[in-house]
Design a binder for this molecule. Structure first.
Ligand code: SF4
Length: 205
């Protein structure tokens, strides 16, 4: 049975002041899920809705993310879900922006804490920022859906597009489904129990 946690190192993490994003955030979006999870999903950074709620992957990107999990045959209680940067980066407190290298480097402290405590066998990185934060390697074209062993953590990374990328690029859904079929194989090799694919993409295999 999985142990479901609302987050690790909560007391320290939810009050974190390690970088200037602390000045403008509403909530630190801490990692959540099962502390027994073999697989972690890692996003980029919170947006407005995540900042307001304190929960990862809300709104349209959250809906795409839940569709991904439905297809893979997992739910949020089966995995560990976190972001590379845990406070919302903004332009003048209004628009979302990508986190900068200093913010990614500073917040990596909390990613390492999650890896140390959850000890996942696999991290599914969602987008370039998440991939580079875990591996320390620059993203290369063609990296997507290629397993990469990361010696520093003794685990494998499986990179995917960020779910938000699909919101305005529905034509990429069939590519994404192929990548998720590959992910199901990788998870099966690690004996992660998976349900049959469901959700809107289940008929696209
Ligand atoms: S982004 Fe990360 S390092 Fe910066 S204040 Fe938030 S939790 Fe701390």
């Amino acid at each position: 049975m999985s142990r479901v946690s609302t987050g690790l190192a909560q007391g320290l993490e939810i009050d974190c002041q390690r970088c200037s994003l602390a000045l403008t955030r509403s909530h630190v979006v801490i990692g959540r899920g099962s502390t027994d999870a073999k697989v972690m999903f890692l996003g980029e950074a919170p947006g407005r809705q995540e900042d307001q709620s304190g929960l990862g992957f809300q709104g349209a990107a959250g809906q795409r993310f839940d569709e991904i999990l439905q297809f893979v045959g997992l739910d949020r209680d089966d995995i560990w879900l976190a972001n590379a940067v845990r406070c919302r980066p903004t332009v003048n407190g209004r628009r979302n922006r990508k986190p900068n290298p200093d913010e990614i480097h500073t917040c990596r402290h909390w990613l390492l804490e999650d890896i140390r405590r959850v000890r996942p066998e696999l991290i599914v990185t969602l987008g370039r920022v998440a991939f580079e934060s875990v591996t320390g390697f620059a993203w290369q074209k063609g990296q997507r859906a290629q397993s990469l062993f990361v010696e520093e953590f003794n685990l494998t990374v499986y990179p995917l597009y960020h779910p938000a990328y699909l919101i305005y690029r529905r034509h990429l859904a069939s590519t994404y489904v192929r990548d998720l079929v590959g992910l199901r194989v990788v998870l099966g090799q690690r004996e992660v129990p998976l349900r049959e694919p469901t959700g809107p993409w289940a008929d696209m295999q």
